[in-house]
Design a protein around this ligand. Structure first.
Ligand code: PRP
Ligand code: GUN
Length: 184
């Protein structure tokens, strides 16, 4: 077998499930209700943070029944690695942000540098208000540079995969949230 696929297989087999799919889906229901209550009359522009935010965004959208627009932004700090470095801006939204209420949607808030940079970018582009949502908020001992407006579940401080989160580019499609036993 391809050595990387062998490693992915090992990681998946030794991982510990933190939240089953049903728990994440219930959290998505609650998040959607909170987002609806806050943004129903704001004609918001939702910004999916590619790649990790794809599943959170795709699962939230059909739960929101009010007028909204969707665009995406691609800022990556981990780039298929298991620890972050500087942010790489791969693309920015084509929809003008000036005067808009923006909701940035990501899979996980970890140290918070990615979301902080994205919110700063939206504000520099003239967004009227910027809200943030992430399916998972990793519990760290250190303070974060940004807090979420909408959060699904608090998660333990491990390297995670599933529901959009990758291990070396794989396992984003895992239907549940898993902690890697060890980073290989
Ligand atoms: O809070 P932070 O410590 O900044 O980390 C969170 C970011 O890390 C992941 O993205 P990543 O850079 O791995 O790119 P990806 O979306 O392609 O997985 C995740 O999707 C968040 O955007
Ligand atoms: N896949 C993944 N990406 C992250 N980005 C920041 N923290 C994490 C994490 O725990 N897992």
């Amino acid at each position: 077998m391809n050595p990387l696929l062998e490693e992915i297989d090992q990681v998946q087999r030794h991982a510990r499930q933190l939240h089953a799919a049903a728990e994440v889906e219930s959290a998505l229901d609650l998040m959607a209700a909170n987002i609806s209550a806050a943004l129903r009359d704001r004609n918001p522009l939702l910004l999916c943070v590619i790649n990790g935010g794809i599943i959170a965004t795709g699962k939230l959208l059909p739960r929101l029944d009010f007028p909204l627009m969707l665009d995406s932004i691609h800022a990556s700090r981990y780039r298929n690695a298991t620890s972050g470095s500087e942010i790489h801006w791969l693309f920015t939204p084509t929809t003008p942000l000036a005067g808009r209420t923006v909701l940035v949607i990501d899979d996980i808030l970890d140290e918070g540098h990615t979301l902080r940079a994205i919110v700063d970018y939206c504000q520099q582009q003239g967004a009227e208000a910027v809200y943030t949502a992430a399916l998972f908020d990793k519990q760290l001992d250190e303070p974060k540079p940004i807090a979420l407006d909408f959060v699904g579940l608090n998660v333990e401080n491990h390297y995670l995969f599933g529901y959009g989160m990758d291990y070396k580019g794989y396992l984003r499609n895992a239907a549940g949230v898993y902690a890697c036993k060890e980073v290989l």
